[in-house]
Design a protein around this ligand. Structure first.
Ligand code: HEC
Ligand code: HEC
Ligand code: HEC
Ligand code: HEC
Ligand code: HEC
Ligand code: HEC
Ligand code: HEC
Ligand code: HEC
Length: 489
């Protein structure tokens, strides 16, 4: 080979090598722009969003790339597109887009999920204004907005609203108002009037079902002193099994039916939302529960509707829906036995503590023994702790198999609150009113008579040292048995 031929050969190889490098580079580049999965096909518009946002917000784009949406060609504009008439339309890089992606936007492709969600209690969670709890955030803890953002209490903005949802306001420039957003509250009121936020459970931008099937996902909101469902679940055998066998749970499977795709443990989603072989997924979390365990006195979940003359799914049918889930792992009599125990705890709370305390408080408010102002008297805080914190803990613990929440965080504290705080404080307030001989003195006497009647009921007589002789000897014999048993070891 002459020198020239060699040079030409080397040149050809060099050019080929360089070309190969360029091709590889271009392919790599293309992958980065369009997504790791070669199959990703999105519109030209979305490609532009992806290109630019890959440098401005790389993680966000990466999460989208890992989503089923990217895989199925759902690009940025398919969710963020806005019409001129939309309140939140914003001219951005030559396109009209909206920052807010509401359930109505998702419903373009997921109408069934949206319909179920819109008719759920979750979607109504933003309607807390005017509730007793709300007085706390706005008045007692807050400053009626004076020290707040835009007339709103920071306690509400950073607390209540982050779980329940804000009313999202849009500023002149089409961007969300920072006093109301960021927010993914479950009952958020969107600029288009739709309720709620799908990202409350489906974290963006991956929107993976694995996240929503995790107990932690519900636990953002369902935790703490007044509704500790997350902690209750962790205490229960179900939560223990989930932790031990999480790797076998196939959390990303579609479909995800208990008893088929997985068997090791139920998560919150399993019992309240997910499918079985003969029951569909529901986005209405009220469809499988029979009680409302939130109010001062628990009622069956359909009681309000029946009183209002409306027809809704009966509590019996809802309970059957839940039993359908349990039955994939337990026998029928086991599950019936659970419901017998659970109902008995709710009835005990209602009859012994919830109803009497509520009746007394209502009499005192109506008769002027308590001021009309909420939370300005110790007794009102005592009553609030009784039903809103401790009473709920006892009920919630019993509903989901957590004995410690039922007993030590629950009934024990309910009893202490009732006998050691509530009863003496009622007496003190009534006696003060009677001494002062004001217009509320008669009402105060009636309250004391009522309290006396309540304490003379069989379940409270022990407190007045009036327990029947028969009961006393029964208890004494049992106590002696107990001492003997322990003396033996
Ligand atoms: C040329 C670059 C570029 C393009 C193209 C682009 N964006 Fe942006 N985008 C940005 C930058 C930079 C910001 C931050 C601007 C700001 O903070 O005001 C932004 C902000 C946003 C926001 C608002 C975030 C917020 O918190 O208010 C959204 C939503 C958004 N882009 C979506 C899109 C969508 C959807 C597309 C495609 C239709 C797109 N972008 C195209 C660069 C771009
Ligand atoms: C499946 C629907 C969906 C797709 C697809 C989607 N988004 Fe979003 N995006 C949302 C939702 C929901 C929010 C939360 C906004 C809200 O509060 O309503 C959001 C918020 C945002 C935000 C502002 C919030 C933040 O965390 O900074 C930006 C910026 C954004 N998206 C950009 C993009 C870009 C770029 C793409 C494409 C790579 C994209 N989105 C694709 C649904 C989507
Ligand atoms: C343009 C249509 C479209 C829009 C708009 C859209 N999606 Fe999807 N979504 C899809 C498709 C297609 C799939 C994939 C279905 C499949 O693979 O079976 C999907 C899948 C999902 C999944 C299942 C993911 C998984 O891991 O199995 C969730 C959750 C989801 N979308 C939530 C949302 C939410 C929330 C919004 C609004 C913020 C939204 N989607 C907007 C089309 C859309
Ligand atoms: C950590 C999230 C979180 C915060 C913060 C929060 N809540 Fe709630 N709230 C919930 C959950 C979850 C429930 C439902 C509990 C249940 O079903 O047992 C609830 C229930 C309620 C209810 C009862 C609704 C009904 O249908 O009976 C009212 C009223 C309420 N909250 C108001 C407020 C107010 C006002 C604030 C702020 C002072 C607040 N909440 C703070 C999560 C939260
Ligand atoms: C309370 C939490 C929660 C909210 C809010 C929520 N989802 Fe889901 N979503 C789930 C869970 C849990 C699953 C998984 C169900 C299962 O096991 O298949 C799911 C599944 C899905 C799926 C996949 C199909 C399926 O059945 O698995 C889609 C699509 C979806 N959701 C869309 C939406 C849309 C749209 C919204 C808003 C209207 C929304 N979700 C709101 C919890 C939620
Ligand atoms: C083994 C099934 C099961 C699991 C797992 C489970 N729950 Fe429940 N849940 C129940 C039952 C049963 C009830 C009571 C139903 C009734 O009223 O008939 C209930 C009631 C509730 C209520 C209604 C409370 C009220 O105030 O009325 C909420 C909220 C709730 N669960 C949330 C959760 C959350 C969050 C998780 C996970 C951290 C979870 N659940 C896990 C079965 C389950
Ligand atoms: C962003 C906060 C948030 C998340 C996340 C959330 N919830 Fe809730 N949930 C609430 C609030 C607030 C209420 C009370 C709504 C009301 O009564 O106004 C509630 C009520 C409920 C109820 C009672 C429904 C009824 O009809 O009485 C059940 C059951 C429930 N949630 C289950 C779940 C499960 C299961 C998950 C997770 C898959 C979940 N929630 C995720 C905030 C949340
Ligand atoms: C995916 C399977 C699965 C589902 C669904 C399920 N459980 Fe369980 N459950 C278990 C396992 C596993 C245990 C632990 C058994 C043991 O103690 O050895 C358990 C334990 C229990 C216990 C005993 C608690 C204790 O501390 O000993 C009760 C009661 C119970 N489940 C009731 C229910 C009810 C009621 C439902 C429906 C609302 C339900 N379970 C749904 C798997 C399941």
């Amino acid at each position: 080979m002459s020198l020239n031929t060699k040079r030409i050969v080397i040149l050809i190889i060099g050019v080929f090598f360089l070309g190969a490098l360029l091709v590889v580079g271009a392919v790599e580049n293309n992958k980065r722009v369009v997504g790791k999965k070669a199959a990703i096909k999105i519109s030209q518009t979305s490609k532009r969003c992806v290109e630019c946002h890959t440098s401005t917000s790389p993680s966000l784009v990466e999460q989208w790339r890992n989503s089923k949406h990217a895989l199925r060609g759902v690009g940025c504009i398919d969710c963020h597109e806005a019409q001129k008439t939309d309140k939140d339309a914003w001219e951005h890089e030559g396109k009209l887009i909206a920052v807010i992606v509401s359930p109505a936007d998702c419903s373009k492709c997921h109408s069934k999920e949206n319909e179920q969600f819109q008719s759920s209690h979750h979607a109504d969670a933003g309607k807390i204004l005017g509730s007793l709890d709300n007085v706390l955030a706005e008045v007692v803890e807050g400053n009626t907005g004076r020290l707040g953002l835009d007339g709103q209490s920071p306690a509400a903005i950073n607390g209540c609203w982050q779980c329940h949802g804000s009313v999202v306001k849009i500023m002149e420039n089409g961007r969300p108002d920072p006093s109301t957003w960021p927010n993914t509250g479950i009952g958020r009121i969107n600029p288009d009037g739709s309720k709620g936020s799908c990202t409350a459970c489906h974290s963006r931008h991956q929107f993976s079902v694995s996240v929503s099937r995790q107990p932690d996902s519900c636990g953002k909101c369902h935790m703490g002193p007044d509704h500790p469902q997350k902690e209750i679940y962790e205490e229960s055998k179900h939560g223990i099994a989930f932790k031990a066998f999480k790797d076998d749970m196939k959390l990303d499977a579609q479909p995800w039916r208990v008893g088929i795709e997985y068997t090791a443990a139920p998560t919150c989603a399993t019992c309240h939302m997910s499918a079985t072989d003969d029951m569909e997924v529901t986005h209405d979390v009220g469809r499988r529960i029979s009680w409302n365990l939130r109010p001062p006195v628990s009622e069956k979940i359909d009681a309000k509707a029946i009183k209002a003359g409306e027809t809704v799914e009966s509590w019996e049918d809802r309970r059957d829906n839940m039993k359908n889930v349990c039955s994939k792992c337990h026998s029928e009599s086991y599950v019936d036995g659970f419901y017998t125990q659970f109902d008995s705890a709710i009835n005990l709370y209602n009859d012994k503590f919830g109803k009497p305390a509520t009746e007394i408080i209502n009499m005192m408010k109506a008769g002027g023994v308590l001021t009309p102002t909420a939370f300005d008297e110790e007794l009102e805080w005592t009553y609030f702790y009784l039903w809103h914190h401790e009473g709920r803990r006892a009920r919630h613990g019993a509903s989901m198999m957590a004995p410690d929440y039922t007993q030590w965080h629950g009934f024990f504290e309910v009893a202490e609150r009732f006998y050691i705080h509530f009863v003496p404080e009622v007496k003190k307030a009534c006696r003060k009113a009677i001494r002062r001989k004001g217009s509320n003195a008669t009402a105060a006497k009636e309250v004391l008579a009522k309290l006396n009647e309540i304490l003379n009921r069989e379940e409270h007589q022990w407190f007045l040292s009036k327990m029947s002789q028969e009961e006393k000897s029964k208890r004494k014999a049992a106590a002696e048995e107990f001492k003997k048993r322990y003396a033996q070891n």
